[in-house]
Design a protein around this ligand. Structure first.
Ligand code: FBP
Length: 704
C-alpha cells in the first residue's frame, strides 16, 4: 500500500487561497465593510441646516414640564440641505468639535453605521473633529472609559451587526452620584456633544442628561431597539418616526430561521415548532415575522388584551350575573385557542406546524400581568426598605416563595395590605417551578420585567399538551385520513372501503379527509365498533388494514421549542437598516453642528421608501410619560405597542385562517430568504411599514 506524503502545513498556511478561506473576514463581510449606503438629499451638499416645523404639536405631561423645563418646549426640526451658507453659518458648522457616542441597552443591527455616519459627517465638516466612543454602555461614561475613534476602527465595522466596536450595557444614570460621575467624565473630556444610541430608557437618560447639562453640552438621542417600540407620532397622529433601527434586521433573521423550520416541519410532517421571538412587551417583531413567514399560528399580545369570552359572558348574563373573569385572556384559554388550531390542522392530515409566540405575551395575559405588577412592587419595596437586593437575600426559589407566603398574613408597612393575598399565593404555588422562577426573575437596571428570561413557549406548550390529551381522550383530536389512501389500503387487503367507511368514520363520503368517530379512541373501542356493526365477530381479530388506518389516525403530539432573540439581535443589518442608521448618524452630526440639544435624530417617511426619507430632530421631553418602574411612577419615553386597528395587524388577522391552512390544500409558508446587502431583490422596508403606509393612505405634509 503506497503511503501518502505528510501534509506540508507551512505551504498550506502560506497559500493565499487558504489564507483567504480562513481569514477572520469572509468575502461577504469584506463586501459589507466596503459598502457605502445611499444618503438622503439633505446630506448631498456640503452643509445641512435645521429649521423648526411648527405644525407638529405634542400633549405635554405636566411632570415632564416640571422635571425637564429647559428642553420641554423644543420643536421638531427639519434637516435640509444648506445651499447658501453665510460665513457665520460655515464658521459654526465647521468649528472644531469633540463628540462622544455611547450605545445603551441591547444591541441592534445597524449601530455601527450610526457611528460611521456621525464620524464621516464630523470629519468631513472638519478633519480636526474628534469622536470618542464610551465603552460598555453608560458605565463607560460613569467610569471614564472610552476610546477615540479613527478610520481604522470605524472602517472595521461598517455595515456589520452587533455593537462590537464599543460594546453596550444597561446601566442607568439614575442617581445623583452616577449623574455627578457622568458629568465629571463628559466635562473633563471637554465634549461639545454626546450622542446616546438607545431605546426608551436610554433616550429617557438622554433627556435628563440634556436637562442637566443644558448650558454645557448638547445631547442627541438615536432611536434604537429591535423591539420596534420606539415609534413616534405627534398629538395629531402624524408619524415622525415609524420604526426604531434594528427591528427590520432582527425580524428578518427570526423570519429566516422560522421559515427554515417551516421547510423542515412540512417535510418530515411530525413536529409542531413553538417559536418564541423577542420583543420585551410589544408584539411588533411577532407581527412582522407573521408577515414574513406566514406561520400557521402567530399570537399577538395586544390582540389578546382586548379579548372577551362572549360565551362565558352570555352564560353569566342568563344567570343574572356578570362574569368579570370573561374579560381578558387567561393562559388556560389561550392554550385552548392554540389547541383548536392544532386539532383543525390535524383533521386534514397536518399534525405539524409552526406557532410564533411573542416574548412579551405574558404582559397581555391579565392574571400574569397582575402577578408581574405585584411582584415588581413587592421586590422594589423590599430593596428600598432593607437597602438590600431581594434576590441576594433570597437566592433560592423556596426562600422567595416563603417570603411571599408570609406576606399573606403579615404585610409590612409601605405595601398595600392585600397586595399578596391567599388566592395569589395559591395560584402562584400552582405554577410550575420554572415559571415561578421566571416571574420572580431579577428585574433589569431600569426595573423592567425580563421577559427574555421566561420560557413562555414552554409554559404554553405544557398547557397545550395537557389539553390535547383531554381532546384525544374525548376522540376530538384525530389525524384526518386521506380518503384515497384509505381506499387503497383497504382494497389492497381485499376489504371493501364502502363497507367499513361508515363504521369507522364520522364524515365518510363527505370529505377529502376522513375522521375516525369520536367514540373510537382505542383498539378496544375500535373492535367494539366493528363487532356492533357486524363487521367482525367477537372472537375475530381486527383486520390489519383497519388497524393500520386507525393507528394513522391517532395523533402523536411531538414538539420542539425555540427561542429567537439574541441570535437575531446580533445579525448583520439589512439594506434598510444599513441605510437608515448611516443616515441617522449623518443626522446626529447635523443636529449637533446646528446647535440642537434634547432631540432624537430620526428619519421621517421610512414607511414610504428611500426616495421620500427626510431627516429630522424630534424633541424627547414632550414624548415622556409616567410609567411604573421599581414600584413607583417615573418619567420615561412612551413605548409604542401594536395597534390592533393598524392595517398591518388587520392584514395578519385577515390571513389567519389562510395561513393556519387547516384545509386539504397546501400550506402557505413564505420564504423571506437571507439578509443580503447586494441584491436587487432585497426588500426595501419592513412589510409592517409597507402595509401601514398603503393602508393609511398616509400623505405627510411637505417639510419645505
Ligand atoms: P433594548 O430595548 O435595549 O433594545 O433591548 C431589547 C431586548 O432585545 C428585548 O427584546 C429583550 O427582552 C431584552 O432586550 C433582553 O435583554 P438582555 O439583553 O438584558 O437579556
Amino acid at each position: 500500500m503506497s503511503q501518502k506524503p505528510p501534509v506540508d502545513i507551512r505551504m498550506l498556511l502560506e497559500s493565499p487561497e487558504i489564507q483567504r478561506a480562513t481569514s477572520q473576514y469572509s468575502e461577504p463581510a469584506m463586501g459589507r465593510r466596503a459598502y457605502q449606503p445611499p444618503i438622503c438629499k439633505a446630506f448631498q451638499g456640503v452643509y445641512s441646516k435645521i429649521s423648526p416645523i411648527e405644525t407638529f404639536r405634542f400633549d405635554i405631561n405636566p411632570e415632564s414640564r416640571s422635571q425637564l423645563p429647559d428642553i420641554i418646549d423644543q420643536k421638531v426640526q427639519a434637516v435640509t440641505i444648506e445651499q447658501n451658507p453665510d460665513d457665520a453659518f460655515v464658521r459654526t458648522y465647521t468649528r472644531r468639535r469633540r463628540i462622544g457616542i455611547v450605545f445603551s441597552g441591547g444591541p441592534a443591527p445597524g449601530g455601527h453605521n450610526v457611528i460611521a455616519g456621525l464620524y464621516d459627517a464630523a470629519k468631513r465638516a472638519n478633519p480636526a473633529n474628534r469622536i470618542f466612543g464610551f465603552l460598555v454602555g453608560p458605565d463607560g461614561i460613569i467610569e471614564n472609559e472610552y476610546v477615540e475613534l479613527n478610520d481604522q476602527i470605524v472602517d472595521g465595522y461598517r455595515n456589520l451587526g452587533g455593537f462590537t466596536m464599543i460594546k453596550t450595557g444597561r446601566t442607568k444614570i439614575d442617581t445623583p452620584k452616577k449623574m455627578a460621575l457622568a458629568k465629571e467624565t463628559l466635562l473633563a473630556l471637554k465634549l461639545d456633544a454626546l450622542v446616546v444610541v438607545g431605546g426608551d430608557d436610554s433616550n429617557t437618560n438622554a433627556a435628563f442628561l440634556s436637562q442637566e447639562l443644558f448650558n454645557e453640552m448638547q445631547i442627541i438621542g438615536v432611536p434604537k431597539t429591535i423591539d420596534g417600540d420606539i415609534q413616534v407620532r405627534d398629538a395629531d397622529a402624524n408619524v415622525l418616526c415609524a420604526m426604531s433601527f434594528g427591528f427590520h434586521s432582527a425580524a428578518r433573521a427570526f423570519a429566516l430561521a422560522i421559515s427554515n423550520l417551516s421547510n423542515d416541519s412540512s417535510s418530515d410532517i411530525k413536529y409542531w415548532h413553538f417559536c418564541r421571538v423577542m420583543g420585551r412587551v410589544a408584539s411588533h417583531l411577532a407581527l412582522e415575522v407573521a408577515l414574513q413567514t406566514h406561520a400557521n399560528i402567530t399570537l399577538i399580545g395586544e390582540d389578546l388584551a382586548d379579548y372577551v369570552d362572549r360565551q362565558r359572558l352570555e352564560k353569566s348574563k342568563a344567570q343574572g350575573t356578570i362574569d368579570y373573569t370573561a374579560y381578558g385572556m387567561t393562559l388556560r384559554h389561550l392554550s385552548r385557542v392554540i389547541c383548536n388550531a392544532i386539532v383543525s390542522r390535524a383533521a386534514v392530515g397536518k399534525n405539524y406546524g409552526i406557532a410564533v409566540i411573542p416574548e412579551g405575551i405574558l404582559e397581555f395575559i391579565n392574571e400574569i400581568e397582575v402577578f408581574i405588577i405585584k411582584l415588581n412592587t413587592i421586590i422594589a419595596h423590599y430593596n428600598t426598605t432593607h437597602d438590600k437586593d431581594f434576590h441576594t437575600s433570597f437566592p433560592r426559589l423556596d426562600e422567595k416563595l416563603d417570603y411571599l407566603g408570609h406576606l399573606v398574613n403579615d404585610t409590612p408597612p409601605g405595601l398595600a395590605p392585600n397586595i399578596w393575598n391567599s388566592r395569589d399565593d395559591e395560584l402562584f404555588n400552582d405554577l410550575p417551578a420554572f415559571f415561578q422562577e421566571g416571574l420572580l426573575t431579577e428585574r433589569d437596571s431600569h426595573g423592567n420585567f425580563q421577559f427574555s428570561q421566561v420560557p413562555t413557549e414552554k409554559v404554553l406548550l405544557d398547557l397545550v399538551k395537557d389539553y390535547l390529551k383531554i381532546l384525544r381522550d374525548q376522540g376530538r383530536y384525530k389525524v384526518g385520513i386521506q380518503k384515497d389512501w384509505y381506499a387503497k389500503v383497504l382494497k389492497k387487503a381485499g376489504l371493501a372501503p364502502e363497507h367499513y367507511g361508515p363504521i369507522l368514520f364520522r364524515n365518510f363520503g363527505k370529505s377529502e379527509f376522513l375522521l375516525v368517530k369520536e367514540t373510537i379512541i382505542s383498539l378496544r373501542t375500535l373492535k367494539n365498533a366493528l363487532i356492533q356493526a357486524g363487521a367482525i365477530g367477537a372472537d375475530d381479530r381486527i383486520p390489519a388494514a383497519i388497524e393500520k388506518i386507525y393507528n394513522a389516525s391517532v395523533p402523536k403530539f411531538k414538539t420542539q421549542s425555540h427561542f429567537y432573540g439574541y441570535d437575531g439581535r446580533g445579525t448583520d443589518p439589512t439594506m434598510f437598516d444599513c441605510t437608515y442608521t448611516y443616515n441617522l448618524g449623518l443626522t446626529t452630526f447635523s443636529l449637533i453642528a446646528n446647535g440642537a440639544t434634547g432631540l432624537m435624530a430620526a428619519i421621517r417617511n421610512l414607511e414610504h421608501g428611500f426616495a421620500r426619507w427626510e431627516p429630522i430632530g424630534i424633541p424627547i421631553a414632550p414624548l415622556m410619560r409616567l410609567e411604573e418602574r421599581m414600584g413607583r411612577l417615573s418619567l420615561v419615553l412612551e413605548k409604542s405597542i401594536v395597534d390592533i386597528n393598524s392595517p398591518a395587524f388587520q392584514i395578519v388577522k385577515a390571513f389567519r385562517e389562510k395561513w393556519l391552512a387547516a384545509s386539504p390544500s397546501e400550506d402557505q409558508f413564505r420564504r423571506p430568504g437571507p439578509i443580503c446587502l447586494h441584491s436587487d431583490n432585497e426588500e426595501d422596508r419592513p412589510i409592517t411599514l409597507l402595509i401601514n403606509s398603503i393602508g393609511q393612505g398616509y400623505d405627510p405634509p411637505s417639510m419645505g
